[in-house]
Ligand binder design. Structure first.
Ligand code: C2O
Length: 346
C-alpha cells in the first residue's frame, strides 16, 4: 500500500454537505475544479515591496476608498467568476462543511478544529487579498486586521458600518458602537462594564496565547492525517476563542444558525470575516515569534497537505502548507504593534 502523505481534497467529489446536523447546503463551484488545469503555487516576485496589513480601526480615508473600490468590483463579478465575492465565500463553505472528500478515501475533508486551521485560512485570505489588489491594479493593496486583542480594537471597527462593508446579517445588540466585544463569548451576555470586559479580554488573551498554549498542539490544533482512523477534533486555543467566540458574537441572533458570521457555511459572506481572519493569521505569527520562530510542526503529513485556490488570474493553484509558513515570502507582513495582553498575566 503506497504511503500517502498529507491531506488534500478530491476535487471531483464536491457534494451537498451539512452546515449543521440536519441542515444541508450546497456550495460547490458551477464547474468542477477537477476539470480545470492546475498550476503549482509560486512565490510572488520578491522585488515587489511587502504589503503591510495594518489595524483596520486606524486606516485612513484613502485606504478605505481603495478597498471600497476593490470590494465593489469583486461583489459585482458574476458567480461563474472564481474571483467573485460569492465564490470566495463559498470556498470557505466547501472546506468548512466538508463538501469535498479526501483525496484517497471517502472521508470528508474539513479544515476546522485541527492543525489545518491556521494554514488553510492563511491561504484563503492570501488569494482574496491578491484578487482585490488585482481588481484595482494596485500591488500595494493589503487587507487589514481587526485588532480585537487590544483595548482600542475591541469594538466593531467603523469601516464595517459603511457600504460595501456592511452586512445586514449581524447581531443588532453586539455589533454597535461602543459595545466592547466579549472575545470569549459563549452565547451568554457577560454584562460587564467596558473596563471590566477589556481587562477580562486581556487576561483571556494571555491564557490563549501564552499560558494555555505552551505545547504546539494546544495552539495549532490536533494532528489530522489522511485515512479513516485519523480524523481528530481538537481546535487550538485561539481557534476556539477568540476565533469561534467572535464568529458567534457577530452573527445575527434572530437567524436560526446565527448567519452570517455565526455559522461557517455563511461566515465569509460578511466582509468583516477577512479582518477577523487577518488578526487570527497575525496571532499565529505572534505565537511563533514568542517561541523564537522555531518551526511549529515538521511532520510531512502537515507540510505536504495541499489545497486548491483560484488566483487573481483565475488560474487554479495547488498550494501546500509548507508554502505558507513564511509570510514575507508570500509578500506580506503585519505592522509591528505591542501586545497589551502580554502583561496581563492573571
Ligand atoms: Cu473557517 Cu473563521 O472560520
Amino acid at each position: 500500500k503506497p504511503h500517502r502523505v498529507g491531506l488534500s481534497p478530491n476535487t471531483s467529489s464536491c457534494h451537498k454537505s451539512f452546515a449543521k446536523p440536519g441542515f444541508q447546503v450546497y456550495c460547490c463551484p458551477p464547474k468542477p475544479e477537477s476539470e480545470e488545469p492546475v498550476i503549482d503555487f509560486e512565490f510572488p516576485d520578491p522585488s515587489v515591496p511587502l504589503r503591510i496589513r495594518k489595524r483596520v480601526h486606524l486606516r485612513d480615508s484613502d485606504y478605505i476608498a481603495k478597498y471600497t473600490r476593490a470590494l465593489k468590483i469583486m461583489k459585482s463579478l458574476p458567480y461563474d467568476d472564481p474571483r467573485s465575492f460569492g465564490r470566495q465565500a463559498d470556498m470557505h463553505c466547501i472546506y468548512c462543511t466538508g463538501a469535498y472528500n479526501q483525496k484517497y478515501t471517502n472521508d470528508i475533508l474539513s479544515i476546522h478544529r485541527s492543525w489545518l486551521f491556521f494554514p488553510w485560512h492563511r491561504m484563503l485570505i492570501y488569494f482574496h487579498e491578491r484578487i482585490l489588489a488585482s481588481l484595482i491594479e494596485d500591488d500595494t493593496f493589503s487587507l487589514s486586521f481587526w485588532n480585537w486583542d487590544a483595548p482600542e480594537g475591541m469594538v466593531t471597527p467603523d469601516m464595517y458600518f459603511k457600504e460595501p462593508f456592511i452586512d445586514t446579517e449581524r447581531s443588532e445588540t453586539h455589533v454597535r458602537r461602543p459595545k466592547v466585544a466579549d472575545i470569549n463569548y459563549n452565547f451568554v451576555e457577560s454584562n460587564l462594564k467596558p473596563e471590566e470586559q477589556i481587562s477580562k479580554n486581556l487576561a483571556f488573551m494571555y491564557h490563549q496565547m501564552v499560558s494555555g498554549a505552551k505545547k504546539v498542539e494546544l495552539f495549532m490544533g490536533c494532528t489530522y492525517k489522511p485515512g479513516t482512523n485519523n480524523s481528530c477534533d481538537g481546535p487550538g486555543t485561539v481557534e476556539l476563542a477568540p476565533h469561534n467566540a467572535l464568529h458567534s458574537w457577530v452573527g445575527k441572533e434572530s437567524n436560526r444558525y446565527l448567519e452570517n458570521m455565526g455559522v461557517f457555511y455563511a461566515a465569509a459572506r460578511d466582509p468583516i470575516f477577512y479582518a477577523h481572519h487577518s488578526n487570527i493569521d497575525r496571532l499565529w505569527g505572534v505565537w511563533k515569534e514568542l517561541r523564537n520562530n522555531e518551526p511549529e510542526i515538521v511532520d510531512p503529513d502537515w507540510l505536504e497537505s495541499y489545497f486548491y485556490f483560484h488566483n487573481e488570474k483565475s488560474q487554479l493553484v495547488r498550494i501546500k502548507i509548507r508554502d505558507v509558513l513564511n509570510i514575507t515570502k508570500l509578500g506580506y507582513d503585519y505592522e509591528k504593534i505591542d501586545h497589551p495582553w502580554l502583561n496581563a498575566r492573571p
